[in-house]
Design a binder for this molecule. Structure first.
Ligand code: GLA
Length: 370
């Protein structure tokens, strides 16, 4: 998600005088206790009802994006991940710069380690992401290529990567974040500039050729708002379907914030409109940032919990939404610290010491709600 999103969301919020997403619940009265002293103050262990148990019982996927470095060096991280989740997405290990750092030189070791971990623990791995404007290696970003050369590079990449994981990865984010926030038109990228708007059709067709069994998704942020962004993504997807492009679903990333979030009626309405196109909907990158909060931390964490719980309930309400993935799971490791440099943010559902936060409990409640 680009940083501009935050200013964009703020603007949308001001323009639409945003109202609360969690309905019927008031923020908790500020309390003297902090999350450190909450009832779940002991490190978590696999109990009778983990998120994973609850998700398995409902035949849905509940997942987290995986930081490979943490997975390989932090035993608690790996244990909690496999106890609590039945699906995983690689944070960076399957991006273009990781898989093809030099022209023609594919390096699958880290991505293979991720897929092996998933399979060893009976988890469903998601392929993320084949075509994006970002995370490109310097040779590609700074190179000068003709349209035919870029088409060759993209086709070769999609074909090699999807084929490499055929039989192991059955769901792919094929195109990521191709729509401009403000205009709803296709946003600038080397692919749009070098190939033209049909790079998106091509990407889906090449992925389908490489693995006709795979579920292919378009993935983006900001589609939970009523906005030019939603309209742009909607008409992009509508066009793909009309042209017979093999697309199965839309990933709604759901990077959200306790200080400004959309009305829940809008979230549900947007999900329904995607569903009415005949697409599956996956929640692919959910987190709820706290660092711009204007209220105390216990209240902030209660608002955060309500947002997480409400989105999970929304997904359960829409039949074609069967996968909810968070962008990480512990505040110990989050892109909000490493990429956005908001060091005090607490966007995830476990705290830095792997203790359940109120958000965790809200998700448990949502998963238990018939
Ligand atoms: C985007 C991308 C993800 C990840 C997140 C946050 O939403 O789709 O791969 O990079 O930003 O870092």
């Amino acid at each position: 998600m680009r940083r501009q999103l935050f200013s964009c969301i703020l603007l949308i919020c001001i323009l639409s005088a945003c109202s609360g997403l969690p309905t019927g619940q008031q923020p908790a009265t500020p309390q003297a206790t902090t999350v450190q002293k909450a009832p779940h103050a002991t490190p978590t262990h696999k109990g009778p009802k983990t998120l994973r148990d609850l998700a398995d019982a409902r035949h849905i996927h509940i997942g987290a994006a995986v930081n490979l470095d943490a997975l390989q060096h932090d035993h608690d991280y790996s244990r909690v991940l496999s106890d609590e989740f039945n699906a995983v997405t690689p944070e960076t290990a399957m991006k273009f710069d990781a898989l093809q750092p030099q022209p023609g030189d594919y390096t699958f070791q880290q991505a293979d380690a991720f897929v092996n971990y998933a399979h060893q623990h009976g988890m469903v791995p998601r392929g993320h992401t084949l075509v994006w404007y970002s995370a490109l290696p310097p040779w590609l970003q700074n190179g000068s290529y003709s349209r035919d050369q870029l088409m060759y590079i993209l086709k070769d990449y999609i074909t090699k990567v999807v084929t490499h994981y055929k039989g192991q990865i059955n769901v792919w984010d094929v195109v990521n974040e191709a729509v401009d926030d403000d205009t709803g038109q296709l946003s600038d990228s080397i692919w749009l500039r070098g190939i033209g708007p049909d790079y998106i059709d091509m990407a889906f067709r090449w992925a389908h050729e490489a693995n006709p069994q795979a579920q292919l998704f378009y993935n983006d942020y900001g589609t939970e708002w009523s906005s030019k962004k939603f309209d742009g993504v909607y008409s992009l997807l509508q066009g793909l379907i009309q042209r017979g492009v093999p697309i199965n679903g839309v990933g709604m990333q759901m990077h959200m914030h306790t200080q400004f979030y959309p009305d829940n009626a809008t979230v549900l309405q947007n999900m329904q409109r995607f569903a009415d196109l005949g697409l599956k909907i996956d929640i692919t990158e959910m987190d709820v940032l706290t660092s711009e909060t204007k209220v105390d931390m216990p209240t902030t964490l209660k608002i955060q919990a309500d947002i997480y719980g409400t989105v999970v309930k929304d997904c359960l309400q829409i039949k074609v939404c069967q996968s909810i993935v968070f962008w990480g799971f512990t505040d110990r490791y989050t892109w909000v610290h490493s990429d956005l440099h908001r060091d005090s943010d607490q966007p995830l559902i476990f705290d830095k010491d792997y203790r359940h936060k109120p958000a965790y409990d809200a998700i448990v409640q949502a998963l238990k709600t018939p």
